[in-house]
Ligand binder design. Structure first.
Ligand code: SF4
Ligand code: SF4
Length: 340
């Protein structure tokens, strides 16, 4: 069995904030996934139901896979990037940023171990990345279900390399990062969190990024001014308070915000090309034009005094040509503004 250290060092040299190794096997929390899906908590993320066996047991993702090398990048926390867009989404698309470096690592390891196989994954394979990262010792999963590294916090993006090499695992931590804390549960604007479980039917991140239809009106108030994702549960977490961060790690310049604030007026009249111009190369491209305009209609309810915005909402609400998800959001915002 190979020692983990050279692999971990290669990852750190490649600029990753954290790295570790775990056996390619079902992770400790694998059984929780089926219970979560059975309860219907995946909501609009129906793709989570696909490839469930692979998610539980990653050995099928690479013939002969024996180990997973887990890595994490750190991105700019919202106290630096601010706004109604989840902080991770404002920089360059992390899939590309991480994959490029993981492929470079795979190429180097392939030269060193010509008989071995490697597969780099960044959200591209059905794999329980947080659970594996936890098992590899990169941190512990908090009650909000995100990985927390004590000393860095949870502003982390995860990636993996599966390999047929047998590498000794790095130690995992037994520390409970939460104790009696319930700050994320109390602060969640849509009551989406139960300890170590997020209901994607209620979570603003899932509603604004994954839901491709009408967002139920019950959630509009909780969504507030969030346009793409939500950072609330991470913002309130004690591990993410600047004074608690004992490790001052460099953040890859690729994760610096790439655009100024988006104005709702602008989004509501976007064309497909406008969306592309503004968002290309960022994770924000995941939401379609209709989803962006729908989300902007919901957020417009926070701007009652803006006459120009109200006119746009009126026009959308009255137009039968608008997609249903956009029109319904505008109609509900009109009602909320009239009741304010
Ligand atoms: S991202 Fe926002 S809505 Fe989702 S669980 Fe966290 S606080 Fe709640
Ligand atoms: S806010 Fe508190 S309960 Fe939630 S993840 Fe952070 S430490 Fe855990």
């Amino acid at each position: 069995m190979l020692t983990a250290r050279p692999f971990v060092e290669d990852c750190i040299d490649e600029g990753f904030a954290l790295a570790g190794v775990t056996p390619c096997a079902p992770p400790p929390r694998a059984e929780l996934l089926r219970a979560w899906l059975a309860e219907g908590l995946a909501g609009s993320m129906q793709w989570m139901h696909r490839n469930i066996e692979l998610r539980e047991d990653p050995t099928g993702l690479l013939p002969g896979a024996a180990s997973i090398i887990c890595v994490a990048d750190r991105y700019e926390p919202p106290e630096l990037s601010g706004g109604q867009i989840a902080a991770y989404a404002k920089g360059r698309d992390y899939h590309r940023v991480m994959k490029r470096r993981l492929h470079r690592l795979c190429d180097a390891w392939q030269k060193q171990y010509p008989q071995a196989s490697f597969r780099a994954c960044v959200d591209s394979a059905p794999i329980m990345e947080r659970a594996h990262a936890e098992a590899a010792g990169l941190g512990r999963i908090g009650k909000h279900t995100l990985l927390i590294e004590q000393g860095i916090g949870s502003w982390l993006l995860l990636g993996e390399v599966l390999t047929t090499l047998e590498i000794a695992p790095t130690p995992s931590s037994e520390d409970d990062p939460c104790g009696t804390c319930t700050r994320c549960i109390d602060a969640c604007p849509t009551d989406a969190i139960r300890p170590w479980e997020v209901d994607a039917r209620r979570c603003i991140a899932a509603l604004t990024i994954e839901c491709r239809e009408v967002i139920p009106a019950d959630f509009h108030e909780g969504i507030g001014s969030w346009l793409f994702g939500c950072d609330v549960c991470q913002q309130v977490c004690p591990h993410n308070q600047p004074k608690e961060r004992s490790k001052d790690l460099q953040i890859d310049s690729d994760y610096r915000p790439r655009l100024d604030a988006l104005r709702l007026h602008e989004i509501l009249v976007w064309t497909a090309d406008d969306r592309l111009d503004r968002l290309q190369g960022t994770p924000m491209m995941r939401a379609t034009l209709d989803m962006w305009r729908r989300n902007a209609c919901v957020a417009a309810a926070e701007h009652g005094g803006d006459v120009e915005l109200q006119r746009l909402i009126e026009r959308i609400a009255d137009s039968d040509d608008e997609p249903k998800m956009v029109r319904e959001a505008a109609r509900n915002t009109r009602i909320r503004l009239s009741e304010a």
